[in-house]
Design a protein around this ligand. Structure first.
Ligand SMILES: Cc1cc2nc3c(=O)[nH]c(=O)nc-3n(C[C@H](O)[C@H](O)[C@H](O)COP(=O)(O)O)c2cc1C
Ligand code: SF4
Length: 655
């Protein structure tokens, strides 16, 4: 498509020619088996991205050393048994003219929480805040051993048909820790000055490059900024980069953030702006003469093209936007921008959805097919059914789309003027997330769903229309606490504040410190209100850690007062009283905002029981949860009507 010429211009890194400037960054998927070997799931996942037109895929941070520390099911390249599976993978890539690298990483302390008996080695002895374990200082022999493991792994990668390796010295990995003045307090040849802190990394790059030769690419993923006191700054990174290039790096991939401390910059959330790490790549590009890759919220092709045209970087790295839509590069090239399923940078499916019972594996909030590419097939129905989907929030929209794509005759009923449900509240103050509802609306129209806005469905309408199946997706409404004074004039609902329906006074107390409470407090804090948050448990207890970290940063910046572990006693005319540390305390407030969660809207379900041949309840109307549960449940029911009698699905979702 004209306008994106730079993105689709061929490029070169070291000895490797790439068909375009788009690179899939490493994503730890947990799709490998328990030995770290490649699986069918993994192959299909990557093949789908190769088909989608990406120029280069870089496999996730892969284990070079045994024993662990390592999170389960990560990819390994630690012995020759890994080679046959990897060879099959790299051969698949050739079919699509997609180049493939593998990231070599010693994760150091990352993942050590998976083994409570482990005492990981580190540059210096200090207590690791996540596990409380006192780390031990690495010996010179151990350092030499890890350098050797990089060489062995790189040679193995070459044998397995890879085009190159990426050495991971970012994000809090072992080599990153050696680079960081915050945690490297050594006084030998591996610590002290910046040059000495770089020695381990430079040795690894130099030795790998010497062994693999010039026909095999070696690049380095480094942190442009740690965003921590005493951590790596952009000035440090600009001094490190030329040393890495001198040691033999053919290119540099500039990332940022540390896994367990500044994770919201490792994987920037919906609070950070698009391209929030480009300035780091640009600063590094000024001091070296090898290709520079930039990444971090770069899904927007207009911005990505501009970055390349302005010479701020040479390649665009994409991670989560390819989980959301593997076809992203092709859609950009063909000008089908409106068809892109957008990543909304929630981190819900990819960073936070690491549920042991599901093998910790990565999925995507907005793309339920992510991770099941090999198993999933959209099955067209033999007999088309008349299906009413009631509720035009995320769950209802997704269900209606899939049902219609499968050949059912689907009508979607929404009581409001617009589709989107509770998502529209979020979109009212974070407009970028409306990309999701815009996308779903377009898909609804494309798949032929009849959309009935401003329609409140009742039992009479269902009786009149006589559908074969009804899907209830009527969402949830906000819950109120049972305390004296809750009927007071100063009490308002968080959703009404966020959507601008009500105005707040100067002093505000938000009751509930979950995601909605934290968002409401920052929203008001930014407008200059004096805000406090009260919760019976910790603030942000159930909020995914990257988002919690980013929100807490904003909360602190906006001077918001926090009252965790406090019991709400009563609401008065002047504010409210809470019990904290066994004391009753009065908090003055002109407005009290309720954000303690929601209750399902499922009255219709009770009324329709036994009246329709098939009845299903999904999303928040089944049980209030997050957008991932809503979309994935919509997808599931979309694929299961008519539901087989023994699917087990009946019990949970049928009315
Ligand atoms: C689930 C997940 C796993 C990741 N695993 C790795 C990894 O193994 N190695 C790495 O260098 N970066 C990893 N990253 C970071 C990404 O490569 C990328 O730098 C980051 O997500 C920002 O790019 P994006 O905004 O396009 O997602 C991971 C990111 C996510 C979301
Ligand atoms: S889960 Fe959220 S952040 Fe992760 S890829 Fe999907 S939409 Fe993007």
């Amino acid at each position: 498509m004209s306008g994106f010429e730079k993105l689709f211009e061929p490029g070169r890194i070291g000895s490797v020619n790439l068909k375009n400037r788009l690179i899939m960054e490493p994503i730890g998927t947990r799709y490998a088996d328990s030995y770290g070997h490649i699986t069918e799931r993994y192959k299909y996942f990557l093949e789908e991205r190769a088909k989608g037109g990406i120029g280069l895929i870089i496999n996730e941070a892969s284990r070079m050393v045994k024993p662990l520390p390592w999170p389960p099911f990560n990819l390994a390249i630690n012995d020759d048994k890994c080679i046959p599976g990897l060879l099959e993978l790299t051969r698949t890539m050739k079919k699509y003219d997609t180049k493939i690298f593998i990231e070599l990483a010693h994760l150091g302390i990352i993942g050590s929480e998976h083994d409570p008996n482990l005492v990981p080695a580190a540059p210096s002895a200090f207590r690791y805040h996540v596990t409380g374990v006192m780390l031990r200082e690495m010996t010179r022999d151990e350092i030499e051993f890890v350098v050797l493991k990089h060489v062995e792994a790189a040679l193995r990668a070459k044998k397995a048909g890879y085009d190159g390796v990426m050495i991971d010295v970012a994000h809090g990995t072992l080599l990153h820790m050696f680079l960081s003045p915050r945690v490297n307090r050594r006084i030998d040849e591996y610590g002290g000055s910046l040059e000495k802190r770089c020695r381990f990394t430079c040795d690894a790059i130099r030795r790998v490059k010497e062994e693999v030769g010039n026909d095999f690419c070696v690049i380095v993923r480094m942190s442009g900024e740690d965003f921590l006191d005493d951590g790596i700054t952009i000035q440090d990174a600009a001094n490190q980069a030329p040393l890495f290039v001198k040691a033999g790096a053919d290119g540099l991939d500039i990332s940022a953030g540390v896994f367990h401390i500044s994770a919201h910059m490792f994987t920037p959330t919906l609070l950070q702006e698009e391209g929030c790490r480009v300035y780091l790549a640009t600063a590094i590009k000024k001091v070296v003469n090898v290709p520079i890759i930039t990444s971090g919220k770069l899904h927007n092709p207009v911005l990505a093209e501009k970055i390349l045209r302005e010479g701020k970087a040479d390649f665009i790295g994409l991670a989560r936007s390819l989980l959301a839509d593997p076809q992203l590069p092709n859609k950009i090239r063909e000008g089908r921008l409106e068809e892109i399923r957008p990543c909304i940078y929630c981190n819900l499916g990819c960073r936070h959805h690491q549920i042991p019972s599901e093998g910790f594996r990565v999925t995507c909030n907005v793309n339920p097919i992510c991770g099941i590419e090999g198993e999933y097939k959209l099955i067209k129905v033999k007999t088309s059914k008349k299906v009413m989907v009631i509720g035009g929030g995320l769950a209802g929209m997704e269900a209606a789309i899939v049902l219609a794509q499968r050949g059912h005759r689907v009508s979607l009923y929404e009581k409001e003027n617009e589709l989107g449900g509770q998502w529209n509240t979020l979109a009212s103050y974070r407009p970028e997330v409306s990309s999701l509802t815009n996308y779903l609306s377009r898909e609804l129209r494309k798949s032929g769903v009849q959309i009935q806005n401003n329609t409140q469905v009742d039992i009479q309408l269902v009786k009149k229309l006589q559908p074969d199946a009804v899907v209830i997706a009527t969402g949830a409404r906000q819950k109120l606490p049972d305390v004296p004074g809750i009927d007071g004039k100063t009490v308002v609902l968080a959703n009404d504040v966020l959507s601008g329906k009500v105005r707040s006074g100067k002093e505000v107390v938000v009751i509930g410190g979950g995601l909605v409470g934290m968002e409401t407090a920052t929203f008001l804090g930014k407008q200059g209100h004096k805000v406090s948050i009260v919760d019976i448990v910790d603030i942000g207890k159930d909020v995914g850690y990257t988002l919690k970290e980013a929100l807490l940063e904003e909360i602190i910046r906006n001077g918001i007062y926090l009252y965790p572990n406090a019991v709400l006693d009563r609401i008065t005319e002047n504010g409210l009283t809470i019990i904290i540390f066994n004391e009753t305390v009065l908090l003055k407030a002109d407005t009290i905002v309720i954000a303690i969660g929601s209750v399902s809207n499922n009255m219709l379900c009770q009324e329709l029981k036994g009246l329709v041949p098939e009845l299903h309840v999904i999303g928040d109307s089944l049980e209030p949860r997050n957008s991932l549960a809503a979309i994935h449940e919509g997808f599931k029911i979309g694929n299961l009507i008519p539901a087989p009698v023994d699917s087990g699905f009946e019990e949970t979702l049928r009315g």
